[in-house]
Write a protein that binds this ligand. Structure first.
Ligand code: FAD
Length: 254
C-alpha cells in the first residue's frame, strides 16, 4: 500500500510499481475537493504505462475506484483520458469510497453508493495506491473565517473575505471552487497583492481571479493532457491550440 499524497512515499510507489509482476492493482480517489484532482489518475496511468512497456499489463488487473461519478470534472478532458482507460484496460468503478484497509490480508473495504443506498464491498489487492479523504486545516475551520465546510469564505474574484474586508485569502485553504493546485496559487497571489494594497489605500479592488487551475495529467511517459480551466469548467489554456491542444495527450505538454 502506498500514496503519492505523502511526498516521501512517491519513490515507494515507483518501487511497488516496478516490483509488481502480476495480480490486482487498485487506485482510489476520495470525494472532492482534493488537492490536484488529476493526481489520483497520474500514478495509475504512469504505472500502467510501465507495465505495458514491460509486457506485464495483461497479467495485472487494474481498477480505478472513484468516489465520484465522472472520470474528470471538466468534460472537455474526458475523451482523451477515456482513451487511455481503454488502452490500458482499466476497470473504472464509480461511487466506490475507500473506508478501510486490511494491510496484512491485503483487502480494501469500500462503501458503494447505489440507487437503494450504500453497501459494503471488499476488494483484494496486490498493489494499492490510496488518495486519502481531505478536509480544511482545523485552525482555518475554527478561525471564524471559514464557510460551513471549513474553507476560507472568499469572494471568488477579488479573494477578499466576504465578512472581514481586511482579510484576503489564497491557496488550498480557500473555499473558492477552483481546482486546488499550485497553478491556481500562481494566479491568485498577484490578485491578492494588488487588491490588498488597493484596500489599504481605500481604492476600489480592481484585480480579479477567474478560477484558473491546472492539472497536468501524465497519461504515459512522454505525454501529458494539460488540463487548464477556470470557474465553471471554462477552458483557460496557456498556449494557443495550434501549439498545444490541452484536450489531447501531447509531447509538448510533457
Ligand atoms: C500528489 C499531488 C500532486 C499535485 N500535483 C500538482 C500539479 O501537478 N500542479 C499543481 O499546480 N498543483 C499540484 N498539486 C497541488 C499543490 O501541491 C497545492 O495546490 C499547493 O501546494 C497549495 O499550496 P498552499 O500553500 O495553499 O497549501 P500547502 O502546500 O498544503 O501548504 C500549507 C502549509 O501549511 C502548513 N500548516 C498546516 N497547518 C498549519 C498550522 N497550524 N500552523 C502552521 N503551518 C501549518 C502545512 O504543513 C503546509 O506546509 C498536487 C498536490 C498533490 C498532493
Amino acid at each position: 500500500m502506498t500514496s503519492n499524497y505523502r511526498y516521501d512515499l512517491a519513490p515507494y510507489t515507483w518501487s511497488q510499481t516496478k516490483s509488481l509482476k502480476k495480480g490486482r492493482a487498485l487506485f482510489t480517489q476520495p470525494p472532492m475537493p482534493i488537492k490536484c484532482a488529476g493526481a489520483p489518475q497520474k500514478a495509475m496511468y504512469l504505472s500502467c504505462d510501465h507495465w505495458r512497456r514491460q509486457g506485464r499489463l495483461a497479467d495485472i488487473e487494474v481498477s480505478f475506484c472513484n468516489a465520484g461519478q465522472v472520470l474528470f470534472g471538466v468534460s472537455a478532458y474526458v475523451p482523451a483520458l477515456q482513451d487511455y482507460i481503454e488502452r490500458y484496460g482499466i476497470n473504472v468503478d464509480y461511487q466506490h469510497r475507500l473506508v478501510a484497509v486490511d494491510g496484512p490480508s491485503k483487502i480494501a473495504h469500500f462503501m458503494v453508493a447505489g440507487e437503494d443506498g450504500e453497501h459494503q464491498l471488499e476488494h483484494p489487492f496486490d498493489l494499492l495506491h490510496v488518495v486519502p479523504p481531505q478536509k480544511a486545516p482545523t485552525f482555518i475551520a475554527d478561525s471564524g473565517l471559514a464557510n460551513e465546510a471549513g474553507w476560507l469564505e472568499l469572494d471568488p474574484e477579488t479573494l477578499q473575505h466576504v465578512h472581514h474586508p481586511a482579510v484576503f485569502g489564497l491557496g488550498d485553504a480557500s473555499g473558492t471552487s477552483n481546482a486546488k493546485t499550485a497553478a491556481a496559487v500562481r494566479q491568485q497571489a498577484p490578485v491578492v497583492a494588488e487588491n490588498l494594497l488597493a484596500s489599504l489605500d481605500d481604492r476600489p479592488l480592481s484585480a480579479a481571479y477567474f478560477g484558473y487551475g491546472a492539472c497536468p495529467l501524465t497519461v504515459e511517459r512522454g505525454r501529458v493532457v494539460l488540463a487548464e480551466f477556470g470557474y465553471g469548467g471554462q477552458l483557460q489554456p496557456t498556449f494557443p491550440r495550434w501549439l498545444n491542444d490541452g484536450t489531447q495527450a501531447t509531447r509538448l505538454a510533457w
